[in-house]
Design a protein around this ligand. Structure first.
Ligand SMILES: [Zn+2]
Length: 166
């Protein structure tokens, strides 16, 4: 088991996937495609650890066409509530993550927030906290699968084959 920071592991996996795609040698194509697929699975699992609920849509996605190890773009939407407590409209937003020498990462939240500027600040805080969280990475040698769990959760055996995990 390894302990990792979500944003750094996301960046590593996104860059590793790109390397597999870009550096593919003709005689090794199958292997590169397989490894790119493995990285994509990891990115999907990490995505499931990012914020959803409390107004944030569960249909969050990582824009793999425009993301690199040094710039990650996450797309989601937020269901805004008006002053009377009724749901108003969905606000599509993007979170752009870039490196920062001082803070480790720098976040930008973009979208048409209009009168809901406080939601932009809320999303900044929620994503900033979440991306900096520590996760545990487990590897099953039997299935060659990787699993991520939040720090407070334990995974003793592989959910697929039951193999003991370390
Ligand atoms: Zn397994």
């Amino acid at each position: 088991m390894r302990e990792l920071t979500i944003y750094r592991e996301l960046a590593n996996r996104i860059q590793a996937r790109l390397n597999c795609i870009n550096w593919v040698r003709k005689d090794d194509q199958e292997n590169a495609v397989y490894r790119a697929g493995q990285h994509e699975k990891c990115i999907e699992s990490l995505k499931d650890l990012l914020p959803s609920g409390s107004g944030i849509d569960s249909g969050i996605s990582i824009d793999l066409n425009n993301s690199t190890g040094e710039r990650i773009i996450i797309d989601s939407s937020f269901h805004a509530m008006n002053d009377s407590g009724y749901y108003d409209r969905w606000i599509d937003f993007s979170v752009t993550i870039t490196p920062s020498l001082i803070h480790g990462i720098s976040l930008k939240i973009s979208g048409r927030f209009g009168k809901y500027q406080d939601i932009r600040e809320y999303l900044f805080d929620v994503f900033d906290d979440s991306l900096r969280e520590t996760v545990k990475e487990y590897y099953c040698q039997n299935c060659e699968e990787i699993y991520y769990r939040k720090r407070q959760e334990e995974l003793h055996s592989c959910p697929v084959c039951g193999n003991k995990l370390q």
